[in-house]
Design a protein around this ligand. Structure first.
Ligand code: NI
Ligand code: MN
Length: 225
């Protein structure tokens, strides 16, 4: 699959005709000002939880692309009341597309919508395109059941938050990768705001010590797996 980074926790996962976008937060991200939001046309959008830095552009992109948003039941209801096509789910739930599959997993984080509406549980996701599976952890701390869900879904690589303060930082993320037996991690949820500005070389060294490669994509950059 091909993965393109749009900043923070927003990635486009593509394979053949399938295109799935995660946690759209672009216009509010000054680091992502060069991204052309109007050109992003996924068929599905995965929203891990209700915080604005994960769904601020979900409605606009869903409407322009006629995409369906997959999220927690509460977040789906909130977007659904704003003319967005949604599928409300929860941890453990799976959605099977024709050539892709999404399974929601637990995450240790909070979730409320920008207007204060209760957002249900924050979620992570296992996203499979063809025979490759990516673990998109969402916003989360490390937790022991990462080992269990890695054993169940056998991800080939993971997208893990590394910015600290609101999620785990790079040292814990490196330990999480080791726990899951992963060799490759794409970092997310760092540098967007002052509290989560990181030392990228230090973050990479935390992973290297564990024998894991940490990939930090430039905004707009793509990588093929
Ligand atoms: Ni959050
Ligand atoms: Mn966040």
């Amino acid at each position: 699959m091909k993965i393109t980074y749009y900043g923070h926790s927003c990635f486009l996962f593509e394979r053949g005709h399938d295109a799935i976008l995660s946690d759209p937060f672009i216009r509010g991200n000054t680091l992502a000002s060069a991204v052309d939001v109007a050109s992003i046309r996924p068929q599905a959008i995965l929203v891990s939880h209700g915080h604005g830095d994960h769904l601020a552009d979900a409605r606009e992109i869903a409407l322009q692309a006629n995409a369906t948003v997959y999220s927690a039941y509460e977040v789906a209801n909130w977007l659904g009341a704003q003319q967005v096509n949604t599928v409300g789910m929860n941890a453990g739930g799976r959605h099977k597309g024709e050539n892709w599959q999404l399974s929601f997993t637990q995450a240790h984080h909070s979730s409320s919508l920008p207007d204060g509406t209760y957002g249900g549980s924050a979620l992570g996701a296992m996203l499979s395109l063809g025979n490759q599976t990516a673990y998109f952890a969402g916003d989360t701390d490390i937790f022991g059941d990462m080992e269990l869900i890695a054993d169940i879904y056998k991800p080939d690589f993971a997208l893990l938050p590394i910015g600290d303060v609101f999620t785990m930082g790079s040292a814990l993320a490196a330990r999480a990768a080791t726990m899951m037996g992963l060799k490759t991690v794409i970092g997310m949820h760092y540098d967007t705001f002052p509290p989560i500005t990181i030392d990228q070389e230090l973050a990479k060294s935390h992973f290297k010590k564990q024998g894991v490669e940490l990939i930090l994509l430039k905004i707009g950059e793509s990588i093929n797996f």
